[in-house]
Every structure is written in C-alpha cells, then in structure tokens.
Ligand binder design. Structure first.
Ligand code: PMP
Length: 380
C-alpha cells in the first residue's frame, strides 16, 4: 500500500479520492448489500497464462455481491446520481425503469429493494430465462418485448423510457418514473472510472500491457480506458467483439457496417450471436466517451466462445458466462500477438449459471476426458 501511495503521489493522484468502492476488509461492513459492490479480486487465469507465457489476469466482476456482475457498480452509481439530483426519493413509490438484456436489470432490482424503490425492467424475449426468472424473484416487474431495432418504439430501451414517462404523467400513480438509461447515462462509465479502473491500477501496481473487454453499453471499456490510459500511456486497450456486432468494424475501419455484409437476411440492427450482454450496432454515449482510446478490436466467433467456456471449466474450474468467454478468447489472442512476458487484464462479467438454458446448453457439459488444445479453441 505504501508503494502504491508513492506511485499515486508520483503521478499526482489521491489514492483514496479516486476510489468510489467500499473497503471490504472493514467488519462489519457499513451499508448492507451495497458493501459487497466493487473491490473484486484480480486473479491469474493459470491455464491461459501457462499456455501463452503471458500473465492473463481476470477481474472477477461476477463477485459483485448484489446482482453478481459489473452492473452492480453502474446501477448503484445511476441511483446515487439520481438521488443527488433529487429525482428519486426512497419509499415514495418512485419506480426505476430500465431497458436491459438482464444484468443491469438484476443489479437495479436488487439495489432498488435495498433502497426503497420499485423496479420495472424491459428486456428482449430472446434472452436466457434465468435472468427474467431472477428479476421476478427480486420483485421487479418484468416486461419481455420482441427484439426490435432501436428506431422502433417497442424496442426494449425505448419501451422502458416510454413506461417511465407514462408513470410520471399518471396522476393515479404515486411517485415518479425514472428512466435509468444505462446506454446513454454517463453515470455508467463514471462508475468504472471511479471503481474498476482504479482497482485494476492498484491491483497490478500500475504494471499492465493490455486491457481487453467487450462492450454492451461501452461503460466498462470507456471508464477503465479513461482512467488507465493517461496513467499508462503504453497500455493497449482492446475491444473484444462477438460475431455480428458492428463495433469491430467501427473501431478497425471507422464504419459500423462492412458494405459486403449488407446483403443477406440478418437484420442489421440485431447482433446475431448466442453471446449475451456484449456486441451492439450503434455507438452509445458511454462508448463514445472512451472510443478514441480503444487501440484495436478482435472479433470472436460463437464457436470460439463456446470452446473457451469449456476450456475454462476443464482447466481452471471457472464456470463463465458468454461475454466472459469472449473476453478470454480475445485476451488470449492479444497474449499471442504481444508474445511471452506481457501482462493482460480482462473481465469475467458473470457466471455461467445465468446462461444455462442458452449458451451453456450449446456448450454442453464437460465429459471428463475432453482434450482441448488452445489451437482448437482459437479457430474462428
Ligand atoms: N457482460 C455482460 C454479461 C453484460 O450484461 C454486459 C452489459 N450489458 C457486459 C458484459 C458489457 O458491459 P458494458 O455495458 O459496460 O459494455
């Protein structure tokens, strides 16, 4: 800690002020479930590190203790921000509305319970049912809508915004409707700028060569990049993008859609992948915040993500969700490109338990005699 303090002092930073998460070593923790948000472990993924000669480190974001994903940080920051602006009052009937593929909704629903708010979650009906079931158990209202383009008023984000307005305009209903707006609300990337980024800096003692992350809203990659890049000018920030997402082309070539991909049946507004939570076909405010700091993008196929998920279970006992598997494929590719001796940080966003009925149904179970090689895993 003394070394770190010196490090922070050398770059003119205040270690404490930059950290918006709780110190978990204090007992008892002061603020209920919110005490379990942030300060997640950073650990070495042994198999991938051994196989590449690099140190591949995983930020264990599935250990955030309210909704078990990095979205706990975001949901808490969005609520705190709205409270500080006087938009939310606990136990007044105020209801938070959000459009989400699941994780943000789960985090919001849990924190809403703890803070005296109600939650209404709009989500596409093609997402794993584990997530909507969990939302109902957390007491949220759940509205599953048909997947649609962002220009369609029934799209899940637009639906949540409209529902918030309806609530506020309804004289029969107590409280207000507040739209959390994770895609465009800058409290999202700021949660990572104030938490995830400083934590990674501290946990690596400022020594890392690359940060690899997917983007759903873009909050994680932007917030972490905005914190780390000015402090580590040689750091490479790499986007891990699932197949079908437009961000790969946007980062690589500056255009969202490859003209060659225009033909065909795929609806361009939808990301055609079994991976949930990352990949998008538009540049959100949260991605735009850090877009200029992203050095490169790696496209990861569903086949690779499934193979990596199986690899992580078999070799390391890590039961990862789909976006975590995508991150690990990209981190391994970065390690291979940089060569042995480098240190790469990536994110394990959520657990495979959220993805049993979709992603893991395809990944199958590990038979015990599966001999997976890295060459087999990394085959687009
Ligand atoms: N993984 C999962 C499982 C997610 O739900 C999300 C967010 N939708 C992400 C990763 C991506 O994070 P971000 O929104 O910060 O880009």
């Amino acid at each position: 800690r003394t070394t770190l303090r010196r490090l922070f002092q050398a770059i003119g930073e205040d270690l404490v002020l930059r950290d918006n998460t709780m110190d978990r070593s204090k007992t008892p923790a002061p603020e209920g479930i919110e005490s379990c948000i942030g300060n997640t472990p950073l650990f070495r993924i042994k198999s991938l590190s051994d196989a590449t000669g690099c140190e591949i480190l995983a930020k264990a974001e599935f250990l955030n203790g309210a909704g078990n994903s990095p979205k706990d940080r975001v949901a808490l920051n969005i609520i705190r921000e709205a409270e500080s602006q006087g938009l939310l009052t606990p136990y007044s009937g105020d209801m938070i509305y959000e459009g989400t593929v699941g994780s943000t909704g789960i985090s919001l629903a849990a924190i809403c319970r703890a803070r005296g708010y109600l939650a209404h979650i709009c989500m596409p009906d093609d997402q794993a049912t584990e997530k909507s079931d969990l939302l109902l158990k957390l007491g949220a209202e759940v509205e599953r809508v048909r997947p649609a383009s962002i220009v369609d008023r029934n799209q899940f984000v637009n639906k949540a915004r409209a529902r918030a307005l309806e609530h506020t305009q309804d004289p029969q209903r107590p409280g207000r409707g507040v739209f959390a707006d994770q895609f465009e609300n800058e409290a999202n990337w700021k949660a990572h700028f104030g938490g995830t980024g400083p934590e990674i800096f501290r946990q690596t003692e400022g020594t890392l060569d690359a940060f690899v992350s997917g983007a759903g809203t873009g909050g994680t990659i932007s917030g972490v990049a905005l914190f780390l890049k000015p402090r580590l000018p040689n750091l490479k920030v790499i986007l891990a993008d699932p197949q079908g997402s437009g961000l790969f082309n946007k980062i690589k070539y500056g255009v969202m859609f490859d003209p060659k991909e225009r033909e065909g049946t795929r609806r361009r507004h939808q990301v055609d992948t079994i991976v949930e939570g990352i990949g998008i076909n538009r540049v959100t405010i949260n991605l735009e915040a850090g877009r200029g700091l992203i050095d490169d993008a790696i496209r990861v196929t569903d086949r690779e993500a499934l193979a990596m998920a199986r690899w992580l279970v078999e070799k390391d006992g890590i039961f990862a969700g789909s976006s975590s598997a995508v991150n690990c494929v990209a981190a391994t590719r970065v390690a291979q490109k940089l060569g042995p001796g480098h240190r790469i940080v990536t994110v394990l966003c959520d657990s495979g338990t959220r993805h049993l009925s979709k992603f893991w149904a395809k990944a199958g179970s590990i038979g015990g005699n599966v001999d997976i090689t890295l060459d087999n895993v990394l085959q687009p």
